[in-house]
Design a protein around this ligand. Structure first.
Ligand code: AP5
Ligand code: ZN
Length: 214
C-alpha cells in the first residue's frame, strides 16, 4: 500500500502516520523528520536545511526529491510506504510520476488555519521516533515524557506562532495545488483520493482511515 498524506502543517499527518504504520506495517517517510535528523547530525544537508526550515520556507525540490527516491529504493519499502510531508510542490509530485512510482491512496486532512495555530502551540514531539503529542488534545501518559521510551519531549523550532503562520501561507501557495493535481490523477484512475475532516478527534480520524483503507 502506497499512501500520500496531504495536509497543512499541523493537520495531523504525523499523528495518523503512527496509526497507519502500526496497521499496515509499512514505513513512514517523513521528509520533515529526515531533515531534522540531518540537522541533528550536523551533516551538510542539515546545515543547508536548518535556516530554510527555521524560516518556515521549503527546502529545494532537487534535494528533497533525491532524498525520497533514495529512501523509497530501500528494502523496507518494497510492500509500500506512507509519504508524510511529501510531495509538497507540483515538481515533487511530477518527479514521483516520472520515476514510475505509483500511488494507491492520497489522503487529504482538511483543517482550517485557526485550528492549526492552536494545535502547534501545544505540540510536543519525541524526535528519535517521530511520535507526536499535544499537551491537551493528545497528551503523553506522563507529562513531558515519551510513552514508549520515557525520554523527554521537545517543542519544534518551527512551531513559533509567526513561523507557523508563514508555513501556512507557503502551504496555500505551493502545496494546496496538489489537491487539484491528485483529484485529476484519481479521475484518470491512477489513484484514489480521499478528503477527511481533520478537525475531528485523533481517534475518530484514525477510525475513518481504518474504514476507508480496510
Ligand atoms: P514537516 O515536518 O513535514 O512539517 P509540516 O508539513 O509543516 O507538518 P507538521 O509535522 O507540522 O504537521 P503534521 O500534519 O504532521 O501534524 P501532527 O500530526 O504533528 O516539515 C517541516 C519543514 O521541513 C518544512 O517547513 C520545510 O521547511 C521542510 N520540508 C519538509 N518536507 C519538505 C518537502 N517535501 N519539500 C520541501 N521542504 C520540506 O499534529 C500537530 C499537532 O496537533 C500535534 O500536537 C498533535 O498531537 C495534534 N493533533 C493531531 N491530530 C489532531 C486531532 N485530530 N485533533 C486534535 N489535535 C490533533
Ligand atoms: Zn509531521
Amino acid at each position: 500500500m502506497r499512501i500520500i498524506l496531504l495536509g497543512a502543517p499541523g493537520a495531523g499527518k504525523g499523528t495518523q502516520a503512527q496509526f497507519l504504520m502500526g496497521k499496515f506495517g509499512i514505513p513512514q517517510i517523513s521528509t520533515g523528520d529526515m531533515l531534522r535528523s540531518a540537522i541533528k547530525e550536523g551533516s551538510e544537508l542539515g546545515l543547508a536545511a536548518k535556516r530554510v526550515m527555521d524560516e518556515g520556507k521549503l527546502v529545494s525540490d532537487d534535494i528533497i526529491i533525491g532524498l525520497v527516491k533514495e529512501r523509497i529504493a530501500r528494502e523496507d519499502c518494497k510492500d509500500g510506504f506512507l509519504l508524510d510531508g511529501f510531495p509538497r510542490t507540483i515538481p515533487q509530485a511530477d518527479a514521483m510520476k516520472d520515476a514510475g512510482i505509483k500511488i494507491d491512496h492520497v489522503i487529504e486532512f482538511d483543517v482550517p488555519d485557526d485550528v492549526i495555530v492552536e494545535r502547534m502551540s501545544g505540540r510536543r514531539v519525541h524526535p528519535a521516533s517521530g511520535r507526536v503529542y499535544h499537551v491537551s488534545n493528545n497528551p503523553p501518559k506522563t507529562e513531558g515524557k515519551d510513552d514508549v521510551t520515557g525520554e523527554a519531549l521537545i517543542i519544534r523550532e518551527d512551531d513559533k506562532e509567526d513561523t507557523v503562520r508563514h508555513r501556512l501561507s507557503v502551504y496555500h501557495e505551493q502545496t494546496k495545488p496538489l489537491v487539484g493535481y491528485y483529484a485529476k490523477e484519481a479521475e484518470q484512475g491512477n489513484c484514489e483520493y480521499h478528503k477527511l475532516d481533520g478537525t475531528k478527534a485523533v481517534s475518530d480520524v484514525s477510525k475513518e482511515l481504518d474504514e476507508l483503507l480496510g
